[in-house]
Design a protein around this ligand. Structure first.
Ligand SMILES: *Cc1c(COP(=O)(O)O)cnc(C)c1O
Length: 347
């Protein structure tokens, strides 16, 4: 077997030498006492970059999302979500277990509901119906293949949801991928939303951590909830230091990941039994439907792994490839070649 190429996720990225150095040299203090200067700097930098009053470092994106869901809702309310949303599918039923809310799911073509679809799912305001409390959006949309929500659609949803008395939370785990693909600052992509979460630990390459942004009052309450969940950390400046390098240096590198993903998509879309529209691949995620090959996604992934390429079986017939800076263009060619052997040579 040749060296392993890991295209399962952009979470597998390891810290860059610049991050390691910043981590080693970080000034630290006890962040539960609000005394870690590097964490404070990361939070201030993030709030400014995103155009919010305040920001908070959280250990994972899941914790960040679930803190926001809890703060925006009351038990017994409904939350509107796309059927493939990460908050619904990959966060262990926490909307129910932690916030006591009921997800009301919306079928969308590309992961991004329109305001019309959301409006149709809002419960009538009568005492015998559960009330809708929150809209959750995801940009880019992971399980829809890294698709981007159009800015106009996003703004309309924020405005109309607020007019209807609803809060809006954005799961922006990969918001920098959307920003780079559109050539717009992240602040423009999140303007109008009540809270946003994004990950430092994915394509931006930091080892650990995500951020949530909101009003000052919201972030104060979020800090208390983070502590309740056991997420009050001490000299966490060693992680924040990597996060600051990630914000400064990593976004500019994402365009290469997008080119690599487009290359993989164009090549494997040509293979027999693969259903994939390369034009839909605009960021760093490629999801190929392999049902026409007669193999399940798990079988395809096992055979790819045998050839040194790791991809993810994200449903029975869907294989996901995620590009990131630890995988260069040459490696992507190797991955395509492996996929060709698996599907055509059937070894
Ligand atoms: C990765 C991811 C998260 C958070 O994941 P953690 O592993 O908890 O950091 C949230 N939303 C989306 C869309 C993601 O891809």
């Amino acid at each position: 077997m040749t060296a392993t190429l890991d295209l399962r996720s952009d979470t597998v990225t390891r810290p860059t030498p610049a991050m390691r150095q910043a981590m080693a040299e970080a000034l630290v203090g006890d962040d539960v006492y609000l005394e870690d200067p590097t964490v404070n700097r990361l939070q201030e930098t993030t709030a400014e970059l995103f155009g919010f009053e305040a920001a908070l470092f959280v250990p994972t994106g899941s914790m960040g999302n679930q803190i926001c869901v809890k703060l925006h809702t009351q038990p017994g309310q409904e939350v509107l979500l796309d059927v493939r949303a990460h908050i619904y599918n990959w966060e262990l039923a926490m909307p129910a277990a932690f916030s006591g809310v009921l997800p009301r799911l919306i079928q969308t073509a590309n992961g991004h509901p329109t305001w019309e679809q959301l409006a149709a799912a809002i419960q009538p305001k009568t005492y015998y119906r559960a009330q809708t409390g929150l809209v959750c959006l995801e940009n880019t949309h992971n399980m829809a293949g890294g698709t981007i929500m159009p800015v106009a659609q996003f703004r309309e949803i924020c405005e109309q949801a607020h007019a209807a008395g609803l809060k809006v939370h954005l799961d922006g785990a990969r918001i920098f991928n959307a920003a780079i693909a559109l050539g717009l600052p992240v602040a423009e992509l999140v303007q109008g939303v009540d809270s946003v979460m994004f990950c430092l630990s994915k394509g931006l390459g930091a080892p650990i951590g995500s951020m949530i942004c909101g009003s000052r009052e919201f972030i104060e309450r979020a800090r208390a909830l983070r502590k309740m969940l056991g997420g009050g950390m001490r000299q966490v400046g060693v992680l924040a230091a990597a996060g600051l390098v990630a914000l400064a240096e990593s976004p500019a590198k994402l365009a290469v990941d997008h080119e690599n993903a487009r290359f993989i998509a164009c090549e494997i879309a040509e293979l027999p039994g693969v259903l994939l529209d390369p034009a839909s691949v605009v960021t760093n995620i490629v999801i190929a439907d392999v049902s026409g090959t007669g193999m399940t996604a798990t079988t395809v992934c096992e055979r790819l792994a045998y050839r040194g390429v790791l991809a993810g079986a994200v449903s029975t017939y869907e294989v996901r490839f995620v590009t990131h800076y630890d995988v260069d263009t040459v490696s992507c060619r190797t991955a395509v070649q492996a996929m060709r052997r698996v599907l055509i040579d059937l070894d």
